[in-house]
Design a protein around this ligand. Structure first.
Ligand code: ATP
Ligand code: MG
Length: 429
């Protein structure tokens, strides 16, 4: 039979990599919880309208990268390419803004789908962790979200994360800026890529995000947003920068930063990190403030701010940096039945230790030499071996061997949990 491979741009996660994902995700969740964010789990499938809201949508993600298809009932559905719009749909539909204190602080974690060209750090199905803080317009709210993201990256051991910061201003600022960009790019657009030609028509701000080298040269000479900001937007950006200074969070201004989705306004940011070996997987996370998204989804005009991490990229840099060495799975005990007949007794002992003792225990199922069983115990990082032969079965006991000290003794099954508890309590002291 032919072997079936995974779909292009997807990847399997197994073995130690599973532990790496668990470790990264649980670190992110626990720090988000310290900051009083609560978990949400919106569906993967949404109506395509959640993402393609009205005409004039200019982002690559919505125009080109979405998995959109009719289901058997003829409904147009999209596999979410990001979480924010789906979460806002959920907040509006369930009126969460009315029944909770604001800002509503939510975090999420799960797969997203984008039809992109697969390459280093770029998949078609990948995982994101992120937060949204909804319903408060203070620049300090933006800052709380930036500090949370930065704290998570530092806690994972990434030293020297770069925060790139920019403002897109309010609608008036962006309208003025777009006019200035149209005027500037009018002279160049014939020599730019096909995508940029479309961006020029739809939203010239998007041109700043073009990844084509020759186009980037032209972008360098483009007008900068700061000359087109309204006084209000200027004041907001100053407050954000001042607060980050007070909190001693390092950042750099990048006035070319525009972000890949259309709903952003005012503060936007990205997190960059190059692994110690010098590999750049692209931004490990990004986010910003959005003023009108909830309104576009039929809700009241409440602003929000959020970020999203690319978990694949973070696991990759941690792997490169050797930052995952301490998360090996360990066994408390590996049970070794010396005969076929001892297997059920071994399983009984294991279940007792797991269910009543809370110990992580595995049983050797193979008929193999004792020496091989010890090798397996070492491979599994087991702390104890529990050896069971005919004698032990007859005496309701086991041989308990401390694998670090290489000491063993006979222990009654009834006393086994006590013995292990004593050992692990002492180890903790
Ligand atoms: P990029 O500029 O790299 O395409 P983006 O602006 O499209 O990123 P966001 O929509 O902000 O990315 O998504 C948040 C994070 O998700 C990114 O910072 C990145 O770490 C990760 N990410 C984005 N696209 C991919 C992908 N195709 N594969 C893996 N991770 C991705
Ligand atoms: Mg992208």
């Amino acid at each position: 039979m032919e072997i079936i491979n995974n779909v292009k741009g997807t990847h399997d996660i197994f073995g130690e990599e599973t532990n790496a994902y668990d470790y990264v995700e649980s670190m992110m969740k626990s720090i988000a919880e310290l900051y009083a964010f609560n978990g949400v789990r919106p569906p993967v499938l949404e109506s395509d309208k959640v993402f393609s809201r009205g005409v004039g949508e200019s982002s690559d993600i919505v125009r080109k990268e979405m998995y959109t298809f009719p289901d058997k009932g003829g409904r147009m559905l999209t596999l979410r390419p990001e979480f924010t719009a789906g979460i806002m749909r959920m907040v509006v539909q369930n009126k969460l803004y009315a029944t909770n204190e604001l800002p509503l602080k939510l975090y999420y974690c799960g797969p997203v789908f984008r039809y992109e060209r697969p390459q280093l750090g770029r998949y078609r199905q990948f995982n994101q962790f992120g937060v949204e803080s909804i319903g408060n317009n203070s620049p300090i709210n933006d800052v709380e979200v930036i500090v949370l993201a930065y704290t998570i990256l530092c806690s994972l051991g990434l030293e020297g994360v770069k925060i790139k910061l920019n403002t897109l201003g309010d609608e008036k600022s962006r309208d003025n800026y777009r006019s200035a960009l149209r005027e500037y790019f009018a002279r160049h657009i014939d020599n730019m890529c096909e995508d940029c030609k479309q961006r020029y028509e739809l939203n010239p701000l998007r041109i700043l995000d073009c990844k084509v080298k020759e186009d980037q040269e032209i972008v360098k000479g483009a007008p900068k947003i700061n000359n087109y900001l309204s006084d209000e937007s200027k004041a907001i950006f100053i407050q954000v920068k001042d607060a980050l200074d007070v909190l001693e969070i390092p950042y750099e201004i990048d006035d070319g930063l525009v972000r890949g989705l259309d709903y952003y306004s005012e503060t936007v940011f990205e997190f960059h990190y190059v692994s110690k070996a010098g590999v750049d997987y692209g931004a490990v996370g990004a986010g910003g403030h959005y003023g009108k998204l909830m309104k576009e989804l039929g809700g009241p005009e409440l602003p929000g701010v959020g970020f999203s991490f690319g978990i694949e990229r973070i696991v990759s840099v941690l792997k490169d940096d050797g930052g995952l060495k301490d998360i090996k799975q360990e066994l408390d005990a590996y049970v070794m039945p010396l005969s076929e007949e001892a297997l059920l007794y071994a399983q009984e002992v294991a279940i007792l230790l797991r269910n009543s003792g809370g110990y992580r225990v595995d049983v050797c199922f193979d008929k193999t030499k004792l020496a091989n069983m010890f090798k397996r115990a070492a491979n599994k990082n087991a702390k104890f071996a529990i050896i069971i032969g005919e004698d032990e079965i007859n005496k309701d006991s086991v041989i308990l061997k401390d694998l670090a000290k290489q000491e063993q003794k006979e222990v009654k099954v009834d006393d086994l949990i006590n013995k292990l508890d004593e050992h692990f309590d002492k180890e903790e002291e």
